[in-house]
Design a protein around this ligand. Structure first.
Ligand SMILES: [Zn+2]
Ligand SMILES: [Zn+2]
Length: 354
């Protein structure tokens, strides 16, 4: 007879949204291996949709990297969470390389393998053959995910997990760029190009920092209006920009449109910095101007997500206004709405369990 132990682990049958050959999504029941000694099994309650999910659509993939849920199983070496704990999931890092040891997990030397490699670091997979899981170390478009202590953040049990889910990537990236990377100050003037969820998080964070000028640039009227409500001091319509030549300390580009990128470069004053959150690289400019490529707002999720939650509770970071909730079964609709910009941040929810 076996004695119950909270550290006893077993394989699970899970339900996951798998990308099919014709690029649709089909819910499938899959067998997921038991957590390894350093892994944590999390029942997913909700998951945000981010544009990175859309760009990794390939047959067999289980995407989703803004998960939130409840710990159900832990491996024998796990010490920081126990079954029943509520967690928000974020990007994966190895926890051991030089960058991780220096508390810079967004620069982890294994970032690409662990987040986009669809396997564990050693190349193995907990998913059946033909299924690409472990996306961002979570693959949270599913009822259950295997994560590690590096990409989970414990949160209070009274907090709404579905609201917190999108803090793990997009919102962290926008707010972290302002607060962690650029350390925006009161005297600063900045331009945010594109006010989807990432850009809007940057606007809200710049307001918290007290920036002197926060200019939002977007093609959509409703986004410009919301940016003004959430802290922008000015909102400009794409194509109708006033001259910003050499006036700004910072430009944050979330759009990745080359004409706007050029506009951003020209708007920088001497020594100013442009951050591209679009995955495109950059070169050094003249007059001491710099272009940075920033990952995840240089955030340590375990510190930055609680910080964003505290700011939200204080009414200073009202990111909940960007969210639209969908049932997990309506994932196709949610992705379509997110892709065309109809909603700013779609969040999928599993039906509440008794
Ligand atoms: Zn690392
Ligand atoms: Zn993302």
């Amino acid at each position: 007879m076996s004695v119950y132990s909270p550290k006893r682990t077993a394989p699970r049958m899970i339900e996951a949204a798998v990308v099919s050959d014709n690029h649709q999504l089909k819910f499938e029941k899959l067998r997921l291996s038991a957590p390894r000694r350093n892994e944590v099994g999390v029942r997913i309650v909700a998951c945000g949709i981010c544009h990175t999910d859309i760009s990794f659509f390939s047959p067999g993939a289980v995407l989703g990297h803004e998960g939130a849920g409840i710990v159900e199983q832990i491996g024998s070496a796990v010490t920081t969470v126990k079954p029943g704990d509520h967690v928000v999931l974020s990007f994966q890092s190895c926890g051991q390389c030089d960058a991780c040891s220096a508390h810079r997990p967004a620069d982890c030397e294994h970032f690409s393998t662990l987040n986009f490699g669809f396997s564990r670091l050693d190349g193995s997979s907990a998913y059946p053959p033909g299924i690409s899981g472990h996306f961002f170390g979570q693959s949270s478009f599913a009822s259950y995910a295997l994560v590690t202590e590096q990409n989970l953040v414990k949160v209070g049990k009274s907090l709404p997990l579905a609201t917190l889910a999108p803090l793990g990537c997009g919102l962290q990236t926008g707010a972290g760029t302002v607060m962690n990377t650029l350390k925006v100050k009161k005297s600063d003037r900045l331009l945010v190009i594109g006010t989807g969820a990432v850009g809007m998080a940057a606007v809200m964070a710049a307001k918290i920092a007290g920036a002197k000028e926060i200019i939002a640039l977007d093609q959509h009227q409703h986004r410009r209006d919301l940016a003004l409500e959430l802290g922008a001091t000015e909102a400009m319509k794409t194509g109708k920009e006033r001259s910003l030549r050499e006036t700004l300390d910072y430009v944050i580009d979330t759009a990745g449109v080359s004409a706007l990128d050029k506009l951003g470069q020209d708007a920088l004053k001497d020594g100013g910095t442009m951050v591209r959150l679009t995955g495109t690289g950059g070169a050094t400019l003249s007059r001491g101007r710099k272009i940075l490529s920033v990952i995840q707002g240089d955030s340590v999720a375990q510190a930055f997500i609680p910080k964003m939650i505290t700011l939200w509770q204080a009414g200073q970071f009202p990111f909940d206004r960007l969210l639209h909730f969908y049932d997990f079964q309506d994932i196709r609709q949610a992705i379509d709405d997110a892709a065309c910009g109809k909603v700013m941040k779609a969040v999928l929810r599993w039906p509440a369990q008794a």
